[in-house]
Structures are given as structure tokens and as C-alpha cells.
Design a protein around this ligand. Sequence first.
Ligand SMILES: C[S@@+](CC[C@H](N)C(=O)[O-])C[C@H]1O[C@@H](n2cnc3c(N)ncnc32)[C@H](O)[C@@H]1O
Ligand SMILES: [Zn+2]
Length: 276
Amino acid sequence: MIFCCPVCRGTLEKRDKSLYCPNGHCYDISKYGYVNLLMSNQSSAKRHGDDRLMVEARRDFLDGGYYSPIRDALLELALPALKSGSRLLDAGCGEGWYTSAVYEKAKASGIDIEVACSDISKDALRYAAKRLPEAEHAVSSSAHLPVADGGCDMLLNFFSPLETAEFYRVLSEDGYLIRAVVLPRHLWGLKAAIYDNPYENGEPETELEGFALDRRIDVRSRIIVEGEDIKRLFSMTPYYYKTSAADHAKLEALERVETELEVCLLSYRKTQLAKE
Ligand SMILES: C[S@@+](CC[C@H](N)C(=O)[O-])C[C@H]1O[C@@H](n2cnc3c(N)ncnc32)[C@H](O)[C@@H]1O
Ligand SMILES: [Zn+2]
């Protein structure tokens, strides 16, 4: 098991519908298949991740296949780095669309990997557990992962909070970190259809302490989105809750939008940290 006890970092063992550590800490597996490993002092944190509406919108949109070029770029980076027994952790996994693609592709190639999905949103994990029941699923914060030091060999961090020091801690020596981040003109066509003065995203920061960038793939494509999928796509973005009623009305009226898809995938290897 990739997840460990969040209190004492002891190994977890599954018995019936609970996970137990050697020090007597016990966590029940919910009927949806995830376990809550968020410590009580963390659950009071303001941000609880994506709510059900956002999660369902993203699940339905991703299932429409619009983001397949991003998934394919991930497979190109991840597959050569995996072998049977590799431990893959998705930090901020959402509904597990990308993780399950890696798992399925590895399996089809004869590679049996262990997978753990972590997200701070219960709603997200509920769908991730349904999509990929073969994986472990835990409600947890990327800032305090319930994973032992060196407890995973590859970590995915797709459009979710980056916690460089924590990712460094949980990755094994020479482990892989694969991130996906948006480029300046990602979804420009969608933003231009809604806002009078849309602005570009900033350039991503690619240098990470303790990691060496190994490969980068920029995915640039155009997608045509129609009907309900337009709202689904918009509700996946950080702008959704910051948009005025008037701009929301413009969104509701849109029937078809053509927009850029511009993201970059960054694959890093863990290196030695410079001595102080
Ligand atoms: C934009 S979504 C991306 C989900 C998924 N990786 C994908 O690309 O489809 C961001 C995810 O990060 C999660 N999240 C936000 N803050 C988090 C935190 N501190 N720790 C773990 N997950 C977090 C949200 O609940 C949400 O599922
Ligand atoms: Zn414990």
C-alpha cells in the first residue's frame, strides 16, 4: 500500500472495511471506496477542493475526449519510466481521468503498477474511486501527503497545487515528477467570448528545487466545444466563481466556441538537494 498512517506514518494494513497502522490508528473506508486521511487540524483549512458541481462538470467534459492530446502526451512521458511494481501517486487527482489512463495503458503493455490517488475533495475521490477501483484513494492535502519518505516512484501533479518540498520527500531516489500547467493562451477563445478584456495566463515557472527537468512537451491544439460542454469547460477553470452575472449570461448564451488548448507537460527527475 502506498498510503501510510497520517499520524505516525506507519504502514497501513487493510482488514475488512478499515485500514489499521501498527500503532492502533484506524481509518474506515467509505462506501464510495476512499478513506479520509486528512488530519483534523488540516480539515479546518479553508480550501476543501472542488465541489460536486465542478467535479461532475470536469468528469463529463473530460469523458468527451477534448483533452486527449494532453493525456497522450502524459502517456508518452510516463510509460517509458514505469516498470512492474512502480508506485504511482496522483496528487490532486480530481476524478482520476489521467491516472486511470496511465494505469490502463501500463496494464495493456504488461506492466503492473500500484496507484494511489490523493485529493482534498471527497467529491473528486468518489468519482476517482469509481473510475479506477484498482487504486488506493485518500482524502488528503498535497501539502501533507500520507505517504512515507521515498514511498512513490512517480508523482503526477496535473493542474493542481504544487508542493515541491513535499513531493521531494515522498518520491524515491531518481523518482519522476510529471506536471501539467497551463500556457499563456490556454482557452483564449473561450475567455474572449465571455470577457470584454480577457487576459493571458502567466508563463509557468519550470525550475523546481531538488528536481532536474528531463523532458517538456507543449500541447497546442484547437477544440470546438458546443452546447452544455461549454459550461462544463468553463466551470473547470479558476475563473468560474469570479465571473460577473452579466458575463455568466454571455456564457449561457454561447452555443459554439472554438478555443486554443495550450498546456505544457514537464517531466522531472528527483536530484540531490544542495547541502546548506
Ligand atoms: C483543476 S483540478 C485538476 C484535477 C485533475 N488533476 C485533472 O487534471 O483532471 C484541481 C484539483 O486539485 C484539488 N486540490 C485543491 N487543493 C488541494 C490540496 N491542497 N491538496 C490536494 N488536492 C487539492 C481539487 O480538489 C481538484 O480536484
Ligand atoms: Zn498510526
